[in-house]
Design a protein around this ligand. Sequence first.
Ligand code: DX5
Ligand code: ZN
Length: 220
Amino acid sequence: MSKNTLIAPSVLAADFANLQRDIEMINNSEADWFHIDIMDGVFVPNISFGMPVLGAIAKHAKKTIDVHLMIVDPDRYISTFKKLGADILTVHYEACPHLHRTLQAIKAEGMQAGVALNPHTNVSLLEDIIKDIDLVCIMSVNPGFGGQSFIENTYKKIKQLKELITRNNASTKIEIDGGVTDKNAKKLVDAGADVLVAGSYVFSAENPTATIADLKKITQ
Ligand code: DX5
Ligand code: ZN
C-alpha cells in the first residue's frame, strides 16, 4: 500500500541569489511542502533569514508552507507568521515553557501546530500534549545549520513517538529534519516517519527536481 510520505525541501539550502528560481523548481517538482527555517542567533548559534524573505517566498510558493521556528519566545510572532503565509507553525519544545498555550495560540490563528524536539529531548515528554499537536518534528541533527550528518538514535525516537501517538489515538504527523538522504529515507519511513525534510541533499544535487522525485519514489 502506498504511504504518501511527504517530501519537504528546506529552502535554507537554496541559492538565495536565485530564490525565485528555486521556489519555482519546488513548485514544479513532486515536493509536497516548503520547509522554512527561521533562526534568531539565540536559540541556535546561527541566523538564517527573517520576515521579509519569508513574505517574498510565500508570494511565489504554491504548496503548503511549513515554518520551523528556531527562536526563543516564539509566542511574540505567531500572528506575524500567519500574516506572512505560514500554514504550519512549529515551535521548539525547549523554547516553550507554556507549550499548551502556545499551541492553542497557533491554532487560533488557523495554522497547524508543530513541536520540534532537539536530539537530546525525550519523546515521552509529549505524553500529556500529543493530542494537541498536529506535527512533531524530530531533529535528526542539532538545529542551526544545514549539511550536518544524521544522528542514528533518531530511528529509536521515531518508533517511540509512533507508539505514543497510536496509544493516545492521536493523528499527529511525524517529520524528520536533518541529514536526510536517499540512504536513510526508506528506513525513516519504515520506522514511522510521515514527512521528510531535505535541504543540502536536494539543493546540492545536479538535478534537484529528479532528486525530489527519487526521494518521493523510494519512500512510498
Ligand atoms: C537545521 C534545519 C534543517 C536544515 C536541514 O537546523 O532545521 O531544516 O535545513 O538541512 P539538511 O537537510 O542539509 O540537513
Ligand atoms: Zn528545519
